[in-house]
Design a protein around this ligand. Structure first.
Ligand code: TMP
Ligand code: ASP
Length: 265
C-alpha cells in the first residue's frame, strides 16, 4: 500500500454531519467539502412508509452523478464535484435553503389530488411550486410571500432559484425525452455557496428517480418512486432501466455491487 497518497478516512471514523431519510452527509476530505452517501432506504409519506431496497442507493448515486455532471457541464451551477465510489459523491458544502422546489410539466400526484386535474394531463405551461422543508409540518406548500416574510430566501434569491429550476427542467426534459421517457415533474433543492465574498445559489441534494416522476413515452409505465409509493413493485428494475437508457449501467451489471456476477456465455 502506498501511504504517501491521500486517502479517505474509513466510513466508521468519518464525522457524520447529518443523516436524512435516504442519505447521510459526512465531513469531506477538505474544508468546504462533504461526502454524500446514498442509502438503500425508501420512504414515502414523510417516512410513514419505509422499506430497504438493496441497490437503490447505488443506482441513485450513479443517476444523480450523471445529471449533476451534465448540469455542471452546461453551466448550471451545482454542489457536485465528483463521484467517489458506488454509494458516495464528493460535494461542496452549501447552506441549504429550506425549500423543496417542484417543477411540473404534466399533472400528477398532489397537484392532481388538490385541484382535481386528471393525472397525465399536459399542463398549459411548466408550473413551479415551493414547499417549506420541515418534516414536523409535513413539508407544507408555501408562496413567495411566506418565503420572503419569514426570511427563508430573499426576492432576488427566489428569482435565481426559479431561473435555475427552469434551466434544470429544460435540460432534464430533453435528456429524458431522448431516451423515451417523459419528465412529468421533479423536486430539486438549492443551497448558498460562498466563494470568497461572493454568494451564489446552486442546485444541491440529488436528482434521481426518487425525486422525479418519469413515465415511459410509449407505455406510460412508471419508472420512479411512485412504484414504491403506490405498491406497484419493481422499483429496482425501473431505476435500472432508467440508468441503462441513460447509458450509465451496462447490461448485466448488478446495482448491488456485491454478490455473484452474471457471467455470460
Ligand atoms: P407531489 O406530486 O407528491 O407533490 O410530488 C411532486 C414531485 O416531487 C414528484 O416528482 C416527487 C417529488 N417529491 C419529492 O422528491 N419529495 C417529496 O417529499 C415529495 C412530496 C415529492
Ligand atoms: N418525501 C419523500 C416522498 O414522499 C419521502 C418521505 O416523505 O418519506 O417521496
Amino acid at each position: 500500500m502506498d501511504f504517501t497518497k491521500p486517502r479517505y478516512t474509513p466510513m466508521s471514523r468519518r464525522r457524520r454531519i447529518y443523516e436524512g431519510k435516504a442519505k447521510i452527509l459526512y465531513e469531506g476530505p477538505e474544508p468546504g467539502t462533504l461526502i454524500q452517501h446514498f442509502k438503500d432506504d425508501a420512504t414515502a409519506f414523510n417516512a410513514k412508509k419505509h422499506e430497504v431496497i438493496e441497490g437503490k442507493g447505488v443506482l441513485n448515486n450513479r443517476i444523480s452523478e450523471y445529471v449533476f455532471q451534465h448540469l455542471n457541464d452546461i453551466g448550471v451551477p451545482t454542489h457536485f464535484i465528483r463521484r467517489l465510489n458506488m454509494r458516495e459523491q464528493l460535494i461542496r458544502e452549501v447552506e441549504i435553503i429550506p425549500l423543496e422546489i417542484v417543477v411540473r410539466n404534466i399533472a400528477a400526484g398532489s397537484l392532481s389530488q388538490r385541484l382535481g386535474i386528471e393525472e397525465g394531463t399536459q399542463l398549459p405551461r411548466s408550473i413551479i411550486e415551493f414547499y417549506y422543508k420541515n418534516d414536523q409540518l409535513n413539508d407544507p406548500m408555501v408562496s413567495e410571500e411566506h418565503i420572503t416574510a419569514f426570511g427563508w430566501a430573499t426576492p432576488q434569491e427566489i428569482d435565481d432559484i426559479m431561473s435555475l429550476a427552469i434551466r434544470v427542467n429544460d435540460f432534464l426534459s430533453g435528456l429524458f425525452l431522448g431516451v423515451g421517457i417523459r419528465l412529468v415533474d421533479f423536486k430539486m433543492e438549492t443551497g448558498r455557496l460562498w466563494e470568497n465574498d461572493l454568494m451564489r445559489i446552486v442546485v444541491a441534494d440529488e436528482i434521481s428517480p426518487d425525486s422525479c416522476r418519469l413515465w415511459d413515452i410509449k407505455s406510460n409505465e412508471k419508472l420512479d418512486k411512485d412504484r414504491f409509493r403506490r405498491d406497484l413493485g419493481g422499483l429496482l428494475e425501473a431505476y435500472t432501466e432508467v440508468a441503462k437508457r441513460l447509458g450509465i449501467m451496462s447490461e448485466g451489471e448488478r446495482p448491488q455491487g456485491t454478490g455473484p456476477i452474471l457471467v455470460k456465455g
